[in-house]
Design a binder for this molecule. Sequence first.
Ligand SMILES: [Mg+2]
Length: 133
Amino acid sequence: MAVNLLIVDDSSVMRSMIAKTVAMSGLKVGEIHQAANGQEGLEQLGNHWIDLVLVDINMPVMNGEEMIRQMKQDPALRDTPIIVVSTEGSSQRIDNLLGQGVKFIHKPFSPELFRDTVKTLIGEGVINEDQDP
Ligand SMILES: [Mg+2]
């Protein structure tokens, strides 16, 4: 099974870096969609089938916390796996997010950490085991 990804970050450089790290992780990637803020992210979720969302916290227009809040209220989106990818240091903000069933990784992150996080979130079936990061 290939995983369709949505990468939500207000920095296009960061979105490219994340896509590159994901490519090195061994994840079986299908389509990669991108959005620059939570509002665009929700639009992409409405337009495409997405299996995994990687979302920044601090973004203009709509931040990651609000995007996740809206996803959790939508029966069509509430079970979509989410990994928050952020430089956020506030443990209270992070704890609030973890309490909603999302994973959190600090950026920048290694292909190995991404791979392990995906395994716990979705399972091993989406990882190419012969591609060692
Ligand atoms: Mg940001």
